[in-house]
Design a protein around this ligand. Structure first.
Ligand code: DC
Length: 224
């Protein structure tokens, strides 16, 4: 049986940095499910398909194959065989992804793939619906969040390093809009699973968050 860690939370909560580090320390695979949805939405952006057009999105789902591979332990996401990992981190792709990920058929396709990976592999998987829907029997579940301004500061710093030009205020507005969309959609909205541990990282540094999760995993391993 594989050991599964589920980390959910809103945009910019620090899930991916933490999940990556925890996976490395535990020798687990890190699965960034947001990257899978992002790669999908890149397909539609490139084809100039309106991401609000549910019918058009569903009609072309079969044209898309998403796969993951690991280079030096770092997840690479492939869209129809092309490594698009470097192209999916923009706010434009983030917002489009939040829109297409509302669609039931899109989610079903991604969830099946995610469950398949976790069945046979020890994983730390992060996203919005992992603890509730993708891995309801995960060994450890965490709901990670931080205030919207703190999350905006982190995203702003990250984007500035990549040459982005958006202001902190614009980024906070994007985050609030994306939170709203992710938490209020009909299909698997972002909610804390009842058995997930709530972790507010606003006043925690990366090391503290990693340590807290490592402790939860060690406790769980010791109990089984
Ligand atoms: O974590 P992220 O910012 O890369 O995610 C981008 C969008 O993808 C997010 O706004 C909602 C969606 N998403 C989702 O619906 N379910 C997941 N498991 C992961 C991401």
């Amino acid at each position: 049986m594989s050991f599964n860690v589920a980390i959910d939370g809103p945009a910019g909560a620090g899930k991916s940095s933490v999940a990556k580090a925890v996976a490395k320390k535990q020798g687990f695979i890190y699965v960034d499910t947001g990257a899978m949805y992002r790669a999908m939405s890149l397909y539609y952006i490139r084809k100039e398909i309106d991401v609000n057009d549910v019918e058009a999105i569903c009609a072309r789902l079969d044209e898309i194959e998403i796969s993951l591979a690991y280079e030096d332990g770092v997840q690479q996401v492939f869209l129809n065989g092309e490594n698009v990992s470097g192209l999916i981190r923009t706010e434009e792709v983030g917002m489009a992804t939040s829109t297409i990920s509302k669609i039931k058929e899109v989610r079903e396709k991604m969830v099946a793939l995610q469950q398949e990976i976790a069945k046979t592999t020890d994983v730390v998987m992060d996203g919005r619906d992992i603890g509730m829907w993708v891995l309801p029997n995960a060994d450890v579940k965490i709901y990670m969040t931080a205030s919207s301004i703190e999350r905006a500061r982190r995203r702003h710093k990250e984007l500035l390093e990549k040459g982005g030009t958006k202001t902190l205020e614009e980024i906070e507005q994007d985050i609030i809009a994306r939170d709203y969309q992710d938490m209020n959609r009909e299909n698997s909205p972002l909610v804390q699973a009842p058995d997930a541990t709530y972790l507010d990282t606003s006043d925690m540094n990366l090391e503290e968050v990693i340590r807290a999760i490592m402790n939860m995993i060690d406790e769980k391993k010791a109990a089984v």
